[in-house]
Design a protein around this ligand. Sequence first.
Ligand code: SF4
Length: 298
Amino acid sequence: MTNPKLKALVDAQKIYNDYTLRDDNINWWCGGCGNYPIQNALKRALALQGLERRDVMFCFDVGCSGNGSDKIEANTIHGLHGRVLPLAAGFKIGNHKMQVIAEAGDGATFSEGISHLAHAVRNDYPVLFILHDNQNYALTTGQPSALTPKCQSMSAAPEGLQIEPFHPLEVVLGLKPSFVAQTCSADIDHMTETIQNGLKHKGFAFINVLQACPTYNKFITHEWYLEHIQRLPEAHDPTDMESARKYAFSSDPFYLGQIYHNPERQNFLETVAHRDENSETLINEVAHQDISKLLAKL
Ligand code: SF4
């Protein structure tokens, strides 16, 4: 094939197809669920970045988003509830060459896993993290999460919770991150572009996906999002934290795009590079140690 643009498209299509499940005899998500376009955008972004199956490790938390582990042909692991980020960090530290992607819902991330989120941002692990923000614990039939609005009636809490929710971007921006973006499951092209940017980032890339859950989140639908989302203005400078906070905290409209970026920050692997003179993974560093005498004593 002589046309390079055409060849690139054919190559991307092949990679996309490789990620597509062979066995369609599987329980799918509910009709209209935002998980479908998120997964589609993720596959598109990987294909456009030329990242083949052998190059990528997917780590899934527990929840509806976590059930994505059964719905993609890839290297996947389904971890414990709220613990997906240490799992993902471990994979990356073990094999620097893998592109590691972690996915979790807002329930696990901002309750069971909030300490792991804090330390993943603090350490700037080179992991792409996709937050499925549907503002409830959907797999457990609509329990309120730490992001559900105050007093919002849910199937598992008819009068809602009487406490204020966390704002996910406020929490993360307070942790001095290196990359924060927001996108929405109602806009597949924007999700694709945002995930591509996250894949190119060298540290911890936090992407908040505003996600519709039509079964249990009746108050925010794809149609509602389409009327309340807006691309960030071109004048926004993502390296300016003050500007990032201004746009991140808006909920009408919700701003989509690169909210904050600090490309100068050292990621975790850079902070430990002196240990192996940049030549080995931490796993190989340990493998150099001769433990035969210790083993002989057992
Ligand atoms: Fe999607 Fe909600 Fe159904 Fe879960 S319960 S599959 S998040 S629509």
